[in-house]
Ligand binder design. Structure first.
Ligand SMILES: [Cu+2]
Length: 188
């Protein structure tokens, strides 16, 4: 288990208060005036970030991590809808896609996550494209892991839908599937 340096400012900040926004990193820079204008809450505190696994795909680094369940907003067209963790959610799954050489994030992809325990599918959903002050761009969602055990995470990564500078010409042209195995224990 790693500890995020500015914890609470990342994806896993929701353990403090249900009203915490996903981008609670705003708190880090908050002036009192700014604090008064938001519903951010809580002091910086350590948030455990658990590495799930990494893989590479033709120069793209795929990194999966888990933090605590997180409250975040999603765009609905007319407003930002607040999504709170359900009672069963045990963590916030984050998938970071970056250039393996430079570390620069790669947006405009889409990620579908499937989690299995003992061969049985317990989670099968699209990851939201997300931004966070401390975690940067990532693809995330809250997940409910029922118990300690060895899990399989399968990620289906779509080709980034974007115009590309020439160094990326011809790469990541088909969907890519990768499976990672990880052990999860709520007590650790
Ligand atoms: Cu997130």
């Amino acid at each position: 288990v790693l500890l995020a340096p500015l914890a609470g400012a990342g994806c896993g900040s929701s353990s403090a208060a249900s009203s915490t926004q996903h981008d609670s990193g705003a708190r880090a820079a908050a002036t009192s005036a700014r604090r008064a204008s938001t519903s951010m809450s809580g002091m910086p505190k350590a948030v455990p970030i658990t590495p799930i696994g990494t893989a590479t795909w033709d120069g793209m680094k795929i990194m999966a991590r888990m933090s605590g369940p997180s409250t975040f907003t999603v765009p609905t067209g007319s407003r930002q809808k607040v999504v709170k963790p359900s009672r069963d959610d045990t963590g916030h799954l984050m998938v970071m896609l970056t250039d393996a050489g430079s570390g620069v994030p790669i947006p405009y992809s889409s990620v579908w996550a499937t989690v299995r325990l003992g061969g049985k599918i317990i989670f099968d959903e699209r990851q939201w494209p997300m931004i966070s002050r401390t975690m940067g761009p990532h693809y995330g969602n809250n997940v409910a892991l029922p118990r300690a055990g060895r899990y399989q995470l399968t990620l289906l990564i779509s080709p980034p839908q974007a115009a590309r500078h020439m160094e990326y010409q011809g790469r990541w042209s088909r969907p890519h599937r990768v499976t990672m195995s990880f052990h999860w224990d709520p007590a650790s």
